[in-house]
Every structure is written in C-alpha cells, then in structure tokens.
Design a protein around this ligand. Structure first.
Ligand SMILES: NC(=O)C1=CN([C@@H]2O[C@H](COP(=O)(O)OP(=O)(O)OC[C@H]3O[C@@H](n4cnc5c(N)ncnc54)[C@H](O)[C@@H]3O)[C@@H](O)[C@H]2O)C=CC1
Ligand SMILES: N[C@@H](CC=O)C(=O)O
Length: 333
C-alpha cells in the first residue's frame, strides 16, 4: 500500500534504474535524476532509485555524480534493475546487456542507433515475448520526438517521403566552415568539444550515423526491414574547400541530406549525401547542431519537426522521456 510523501506524490516501491554509460549523455541523465528527484517521483508516482552508473574509468571525476555510484561492471549493475538505460554506445557489450534485461522482463531505454538499426526488430520481438519494454526515442534526432510522431501521431496517415538533416555534428561542421570560414579540422574538433560527435567520429563524418537514423525512420514509417547497409551513403569527409566555394558561388548551401522514399513498387530507398541546396530551403537554413526533418504525408501534407539534434542535456531530454514511460510500466505492474 503506498503512502503520500511530503511532496504530495504517492510513494510506492522505488523504480530501480541502472545507468550504463556516464559520458556526454549518461552524465546529463544522471545529473537530472539526482538534482530533480521530486520531478521524476511525481511523474512516476514512485521514487527513482539510481543504482549506479557504469563507466570505463571510475577514477575520473564527473561533475554532479557521486563517486560511489560509479562502477566498471555494467553486467553486475544491470542484473537487478527494473529499468536499464543503455548509453554506452557500440554493438557489444551493449547488445548482450540489453538482451539479458529484456529476457528477464525489464524495461530498457537506449539511444544506440547503430545497435537498434541492426538488431531493433529482433530486440522488440524479444521485449514482446517477455513482457518487457524497449524505448529508443533518443536514437534519432536526439531531442526531437520524431519517432513518436511517425509511430503514433501520424499512425492514421500515410508518409510518402522523409527528408532532413539528422546528424547534428556534421551540420555544425558544415555551418562553421561555410559561414565563418573555420578550417574543416578545427570545426570537427569544436563539434567534439560540444559532445556532438560519436565515440568514433568517422560514424558522423562518413555519414554512417545519419544512415542508421534514416534507416530507423524508414522502418518506423513503413514497417520494412530497412537495413542500414543498404542506405546509399556519402559522408562529408571528402568535401574540399573548392566544394564550399562552388556552393557559395551558386548562392547555395552545402548540407548532409538524409532521405527515404517508398516507390510505387513498395520498395524503400534511403540515401545520405552532401547536396548544394538553395538558400531558401528550410534545410539550408538549419544552423549548428540543429536537426530538421520534413515528413510528406497524404492527409496532413508536409509536417516539419525541428530541434536540437545532439548534445548531452538535449539528448537526455529524450532519454528521460523514455525513462518516464519505462518507469510507469514498472510502477503499473
Ligand atoms: N552525444 C550525443 O549528442 C548523442 C549520443 N547518442 C547516443 O548515446 C550513446 C552515448 O553517447 P555519448 O554519451 O555521446 O557517448 P560517450 O562516449 O560520451 O559515453 C559513453 C559512456 O559509456 C561508457 N562505456 C562504454 N563502454 C563501456 C564498457 N564496456 N563498460 C563500462 N562503461 C562503458 C564510457 O566510459 C562512457 O562513460 C551512444 O549510443 C550515442 O550514439 C544519441 C543521440 C545524441
Ligand atoms: N553524433 C550524433 C549525435 C546524436 O545522435 C550527431 O552528430 O548527430
């Protein structure tokens, strides 16, 4: 039987959360949970208990996170949690940790687009089979709730085409080089300092991160396999000063554009490539780490979503939204 706490929130058994990863995004999630316990208790109707934060280096000081919460053993941390929040990145050990959690009926939140685009269908099936949950809004366009809109809000409509800027770091780099004349390598370094780049920055620069995201969007929109390896990808690492100069001469703007379209034959084609866009195109006006996506639909016409596409706090917003959904599923049991 739950009691009413001082904050007026019904206090029930705590929702036990294991945070796997304490880097750019994980640290922002931990800080939010530790600094605003009443906010999450009120939304869940139960307190959140942060069991620990798994990191590679437990000796590094992480602002706002008590050292005694840090562990370098994600498997031990995850085994008794009601919710695991996977923010480590990479295919393994993230994959085996998520799989084990789903098999025992736990709720899982992940922002790991590379893993989800490769194993998302299998992992969702596993979640369903075991009465578990797999939530991954932050995996595409970080703070912008595009998966929820495609999956839920537009479920009664038909999406015909998706086109957008879905990678924050490369947009930041292209913007800085084109508008401020910053050398390409310096712009990449700055994107890293802002926490926008993947642990392996070639994922961003070679277009692989954007490819994973457009594949996830296509799968969500059309319920097709959309393997990331079938996306036609060109990144931005091959762009030269001459390419930027040529774009400016035409009055255009270089952008890394991701697109997905379903043809009359039902086949879905996804592409990621640099394009010179006319200055008045909404994608051309998308600045810094911002992402923008246009969803063309049969009934609603064009629907545009825009917002922060990378960064610790920005991505934490989407992760925490999923954590509330996951926590509610636990609290309802
Ligand atoms: N940084 C961003 O703007 C966004 C990141 N994401 C995704 O969120 C996830 C996390 O990204 P970031 O926080 O930027 O990465 P990060 O590299 O800053 O942090 C990764 C964390 O995981 C820990 N870790 C990795 N492998 C480990 C292991 N085997 N054992 C223990 N700890 C381990 C690291 O020590 C570190 O604390 C990735 O999947 C990324 O693609 C998604 C949207 C935006
Ligand atoms: N590296 C990614 C981070 C968010 O997904 C990006 O630059 O968009």
């Amino acid at each position: 039987m739950s009691e009413v706490s001082q904050t007026g929130t019904a206090s029930a058994a705590p929702v036990r959360v294991a945070l796997l990863g304490g880097g750019t995004v994980g640290a922002a999630v931990a800080r939010a949970l530790l600094q605003h316990p009443d906010r999450y208790a009120a939304r869940l109707g139960a307190p959140v208990e942060l069991l620990g934060v798994a990191v590679r280096d437990t000796t590094r000081v992480r602002e706002g996170i008590p050292a005694d919460l840090l562990t370098d053993d994600p498997h031990a941390l995850a085994q008794d949690a009601d919710v695991i929040v996977e923010l480590m990145g990479g295919l393994e050990p993230a994959g085996e940790l998520i799989e084990a959690a789903l098999r025992r009926g736990a709720q899982v939140v992940s922002a790991n687009k590379q893993l989800l685009t490769r194993r998302g269908v299998e992992l969702q099936a596993l979640a369903q089979e075991h009465g578990a949950g797999l939530h991954h809004e932050a995996a595409v366009m970080a703070a912008v709730p595009v998966l929820a809109v495609v999956r839920e809000s537009l479920a009664g409509d038909e999406i015909t085409r998706i086109r957008g800027i879905v990678n924050g770091s490369t947009n930041y780099v292209l913007d800085l080089v084109a508008r401020e004349g910053v050398p390409f390598a310096d712009a990449v370094r700055q994107a890293g300092e802002l926490g926008y780049l993947e642990a392996d920055p070639t994922e961003d620069l070679e277009g692989l991160d954007a490819a994973a995201k457009i594949a996830l969007l296509a799968r969500t929109a059309w319920d097709v396999p959309a393997p990331p390896d079938e996306v036609d990808v060109t990144g931005i690492s091959g762009l030269t000063d001459a390419d930027f100069a040529a774009a400016a001469e035409q009055g255009g703007v270089l952008k890394l554009v991701a697109s997905a379209e379903r043809g009359a034959d039902g086949a879905v084609r996804c592409a990621v490539r640099p394009e010179v866009l006319p200055a008045e195109d909404p994608l051309a006006r998308t600045r810094g780490g911002t992402n923008l996506v246009e969803l063309d639909t049969v009934l609603a016409g064009p629907v545009t979503l825009v917002g922060a596409g990378a960064g610790g706090d920005e991505t934490a917003s989407a992760v925490l939204g999923d954590l509330v959904r996951a926590g509610l599923a636990v609290a309802r049991r």
